[in-house]
Design a protein around this ligand. Structure first.
Ligand SMILES: C[S@@+](CC[C@H](N)C(=O)[O-])C[C@H]1O[C@@H](n2cnc3c(N)ncnc32)[C@H](O)[C@@H]1O
Length: 322
């Protein structure tokens, strides 16, 4: 029956089994098969490989034979037993220390990228997921937005730009609390489009939306830039780069308001902030920071008069001036 199915069916099976081929490659790299065979003085049989690697005899033999079939290993028979050695492909690309080694890339692909690809369908369906994330973020500002925005008097700043402002929920809380002010919400195009379709901030005439990449594109000129739950997504180096860009765009006499959950000075509390920091570790390249760590980012970017205020709520405020 298979033979009647023709080329289409063969192609389909090849695609469907592609992940198994990748996993054989990743597993052999992870276990150190290619290193072991590179360092051995002669080809090794599967019992020797499994004993060196501490792996199961049966699983190891199967893996080695599959690697032979994939041309990653070659097998010869000596004394009635199969012995294995690296092929040229493996010696060139899979062994640590080879000048053309791709081993680290394969380990990354196997450990990290492969796990993310498990969620490809959800990612493609992501408008729903993004919308849900934005709704989740908005929920907090409905309850805590006014408190955090009242930590400092923002009335001297008539034009506010909320960078990475998402749905516009915080901008909306801002124009309600400070009736004299207008706000620009700056975010990536996909987020701005969802905000315009689904969130009420876009109907408020005091709020406008601006699409862009805050690491690359020109930032709108404003008196005050808000960065709420943005810096915690990024490494110190990327935060510094962003803060320098904000400093350059900011009007003289203007300021920056960083809204984040502040860690205690010794970095050992509050528990909620520590948990958020672990959440950042799992999901992003960032972390939560202490007041001193925010000062150390803001000062070198050019900002002065850095003041930190704990609100008693989930999020705190750091205001600095240009
Ligand atoms: C954790 S969310 C915080 C959203 C909002 N400030 C809040 O507190 O609810 C981070 C925001 O930064 C935006 N963002 C990430 N990278 C960006 C970039 N390169 N340029 C502009 N916005 C970006 C995301 O789209 C997202 O809306």
């Amino acid at each position: 029956m298979c033979s009647q199915e023709g080329e289409g069916y063969s192609l389909l099976k090849e695609y469907a089994n592609g992940f198994m081929v990748s996993q054989v490659l990743f597993a052999a790299c992870e276990l150190g098969v290619f290193e072991l065979l590179a360092e051995a003085l002669e080809p090794l049989d599967s019992a020797a490989v499994s004993s060196h690697l501490g792996s199961s005899p049966q699983g190891t033999e199967l893996l080695l034979n599959t690697c032979v079939s994939l041309k990653l290993l070659q097998a010869d028979v000596r004394g009635g037993k199969a012995v294995y050695a690296n092929t040229e492909l493996a010696s060139t690309y899979l062994v640590r220390g080879s000048p053309r080694s791709q081993r680290d890339m394969l380990l990354y692909a196997g450990r990290t990228a492969y796990v993310c690809w498990r969620h490809l369908a959800e990612a493609v369906r992501s408008e729903d997921e993004r919308l849900q994330f934005m709704q989740g973020l908005q929920d907090v500002w409905r309850l805590e937005g006014a408190t955090v925005l009242a930590a400092f008097d923002l009335s001297p700043f008539p034009l506010i730009c909320d960078l990475g402002g998402g749905s516009g929920a915080l901008a909306k809380a801002c124009v309600s609390l400070y009736p004299g002010c207008r706000a620009i919400v700056f975010d990536i195009p996909g987020v701005v489009q969802i905000a315009k379709r689904h969130f009420s901030a876009s109907e408020d005439e005091r709020i406008s939306f601006h699409e862009g990449d805050f690491f690359k594109d020109a930032l709108p000129e404003a008196d005050l830039y808000i960065l709420a739950r943005v810096l915690h997504d990024w490494t110190d180096a990327k935060c510094s780069h962003l803060l320098q860009r904000v400093y350059r765009a900011c009007r003289t006499g203007g300021g920056i308001l960083v809204i984040e959950s502040l860690l205690d000075t010794d970095g050992r509390g509050p528990l909620t902030t520590l948990l958020y920091s672990l959440n950042m570790l799992v999901q992003t390249e960032g972390r939560e920071r202490t007041p001193a760590e925010y000062r150390a980012l803001l000062g070198p970017a050019g900002f002065r008069d850095v003041r930190c205020r704990r609100t008693g709520g989930t999020y705190d405020a750091v205001l600095a001036r240009k």
